[in-house]
Each structure stands twice: as C-alpha cells, then as structure tokens.
Design a binder for this molecule. Structure first.
Ligand SMILES: [Zn+2]
Length: 95
C-alpha cells in the first residue's frame, strides 16, 4: 500500500492580457473620425462629448434635428463640409 503525496500545482493558467492603447491619443480626438478637438482654426472640431461637431452635426442633421441641420447647411455653404449631402435633398431613385 503506497500513498502519493501530490503537491498542489500553482494555478498559472490565468494569464491576463491587458492591451493598452498608449500614445495614439496625445490630444483628445473625435471618437468617430479622429479629428483633433477644439482646434481654433477648425470650426468643425468643436468637442461634442468626445466627438467633433463635424461628425455630430451631420448625424443630428441626418436624424432631423432642425437646429443642427441649419448650422450644417451654413457650414456646407461656406465650403466647410465638402461632400455633405443634405438629407432634405431628394435623391433620384434608380432601379
Ligand atoms: Zn469627427
């Protein structure tokens, strides 16, 4: 009759990998497009809670926010938003 004393092995199966994005965000930047926020020479860089006005304005305009739409239209007229499509514009349907 023999007994084996089994020494408990240390549980080293738990490995935590922590991925930290370091260095990619020196200044606060828009979470959507990455534009630097609060730049004096960039009216679209206004900080809207972590995203720039350039993105937030278009999203709000898209959702039908009148005030945002008015402002976005003004900025579009000034050439600040090239490529922006007025959601009020009826697009020709093709099929
Ligand atoms: Zn943005």
């Amino acid at each position: 009759m023999s007994q084996y004393a089994l020494a408990p092995e240390p549980p080293n199966g738990l490995v935590f990998e922590i991925n930290l994005e370091v260095g990619s965000k020196m200044a606060s930047a828009c979470g959507i497009c990455g534009r630097k926020l609060d730049q004096k020479d960039d009216p679209l860089s206004l900080d809207c809670g972590g995203d720039c006005w350039g993105c937030v304005g278009e999203i709000e305009a898209d959702m039908g926010d009148e005030r945002s739409l008015t402002k976005v239209r003004e900025e579009f007229d000034k050439g600040l938003r090239p490529g922006w499509v007025d959601p009020g514009t009826e697009l020709p349907t093709s099929d």
